[in-house]
Design a binder for this molecule. Sequence first.
Ligand code: ATP
Ligand code: MG
Length: 228
Amino acid sequence: MALLELRDITKAYGAGAQRVDALRGVSMAVEAGEMVSLVGPSGSGKSTLLAIIGGLLTPSSGEMLVGGRDVTRLTARERSRYRRDQVGFVFQASNLVPFLTARENLLLVGEFGGADRAALRERADNLLRELGLTEAAGQPGNRLSGGQRQRVAIARALMRNPSLILVDEPTASLDTKRGAQVVEALRDEVHGRHKACLMVTHDLEMAARADRIFEIRDGLLHPHEAVA
Ligand SMILES: Nc1ncnc2c1ncn2[C@@H]1O[C@H](COP(=O)(O)OP(=O)(O)OP(=O)(O)O)[C@@H](O)[C@H]1O
Ligand SMILES: [Mg+2]
């Protein structure tokens, strides 16, 4: 069974003359341990799709199964629990707390889970190590480079051990080499920890580092041939 399955998902914003059909019937399945990239022109529906998968928006129609459970029919309360427990987001603006160190940024999100402090710290340090951030662990957020910040954001998204990692333009502000390092680190985590990951990017070179590439055009999904 796929970890994530979308069945004919649509999303319309607004109504009447203002109506925008952002998604017009998207179906896909993503397995645990699989990283998928999403490319497509501006306005094609990429962020809308991520927001729906992450439980930030509800679709207009269609079904979305996560671990076999239809999460489009959750109550508001169940949906916020789904977001908290199953989803890790990484956005382009990595939004670290600048005054806290890399490690403290991780502990901040970990704390809500009720795990004890020593276990959280161990988890944070493991993730920081895996992402090549051991040296940076004690540095405040505003002293980290762009690539380090993005990797801290990935580590932070993994702190609560979500099954889905959703990433919107993680490398947009990085040069090719640092961008590639960030995507490699993410891919290793996704494969090693059996997460399902969807990464939106404009960069086909980055996209090609995923296991599969999809392209969205006008709210419809198409498989994309890698330009290796
Ligand atoms: N809150 C909203 N209200 C109305 N229309 C919206 C809203 N959010 C997005 N849209 C429209 O839905 C369509 C898809 O937008 P979306 O942000 O998902 O595209 P995108 O592929 O992420 O674009 P980009 O590459 O620029 O980030 C666009 O036409 C956009 O203008
Ligand atoms: Mg977008």
